[in-house]
Design a protein around this ligand. Structure first.
Ligand code: SAM
Length: 286
């Protein structure tokens, strides 16, 4: 994606990735990892609300949450808006992303890192889950796209999703960002089809994110609750009862629309036969 950069605010390399914070002409301040825009102050609310609220609302009582990745803190920020949440665990592999985001883009976490309900852990999300004895109501996977040599591609495989399923409570839900529906349609379809091998209810959805210049893909996978069986009224009640205010993208009316996909995408997902495995993971085109 090409953006006009007005100013470099921070540039560095952590153990895991290149980290830049830049001011752009059109999207405000952007966090860029390995050359890819992760969040921009102009439109990050779209991506983060789309990732978090459909799963949170679909669960009748999401008290214990796990966020894997999400270094900027905005995914946790959105999850904490649901008053019912008692504990959030966030596991990011890269402490530097959290430090840099907090310092140069504090509006993204908006105080979430100081919330008493948050337990912030640094380490690989998969390794953490393999050792954790905890079970969660909602698991949100907000890691970087699966690129060769990157830290996240083993978090898009069937074996990983089986580990996640094993750490969900009986009516648990997981959601993952699922890359671009256009530039990496194959990865999106593969993530969807792979989750279908592991979970009984799997729903693909999307949201247009201007700074990614793409209709962005997400996949929600659930053991019991179906996001498409919720009425607008029920969604409104849940948001009201949980005191979720200050949302700008997600709404009871828009919930169902998020799950509507254009014909070519529906076809690509329905026709996908391959499964991403540890032996044969999916990689997004560089
Ligand atoms: N919005 C983003 C996108 O579209 O790709 C994702 C944002 S968030 C900054 C991605 C985070 O995932 C980064 O902070 C990165 O350090 C983290 N991450 C990557 N691989 C990980 C892993 N294996 N375990 C935990 N966190 C990981």
């Amino acid at each position: 994606m090409i953006h006009k950069v007005e100013r470099y605010i921070y540039s560095g390399r952590s153990r895991f990735q290149e980290i830049d914070v830049v001011e752009t002409r059109d999207y405000g301040i952007c966090l860029v990892l390995d050359g890819k825009v992760q969040s921009s102050t102009a439109d990050e609310f779209i991506y983060h609300e789309a990732l978090v609220h459909p799963a949170m609302v679909t669960h009748p009582s999401p008290e214990c949450i796990l966020v894997i990745g999400g270094g900027e803190g905005a995914t946790v920020r959105e999850a904490l808006k649901h008053r019912v949440v008692k504990r959030v665990f966030m596991v990011d592999v890269d402490e530097e992303v959290v430090r840099v985001s907090e310092e140069f883009m504090p509006q993204l976490s908006a105080g979430a890192f100081k919330d008493r309900r948050l337990n912030l852990i640094f380490g690989d999300g998969r390794a953490y889950l393999e050792k954790s004895g905890e079970k969660y109501d909602v698991v949100m996977i907000d890691v970087t796209d699966p690129i060769r040599g990157g830290p996240s591609y083993m978090l898009y495989t069937k074996q990983f999703y089986e580990i996640v399923r094993g750490h969900l409570r009986d009516d648990g839900i997981m959601v993952t960002q699922a890359t671009s529906t256009f530039y990496s349609r194959k990865s999106y379809a593969l993530i969807f089809n792979t989750l279908r091998k592991v979970f009984p209810i799997v729903r693909a959805y999307s949201a247009w994110v201007p700074s990614y210049n793409s209709l962005w893909g997400f996949v929600l996978a659930s053991l019991k609750h179906d996001p498409l069986s919720l009425s607008e009224e029920e969604i409104r009640n849940r948001l009201t009862w949980r005191n979720v205010v200050d949302i700008k993208f997600y709404s009871p009316e828009y919930h169902e629309a998020l799950f509507k996909l254009p014909t070519y995408l529906k076809k690509a997902l329905e026709e996908e036969k391959e499964v991403a495995t540890d032996e044969n993971p999916t990689f997004m085109p560089a």
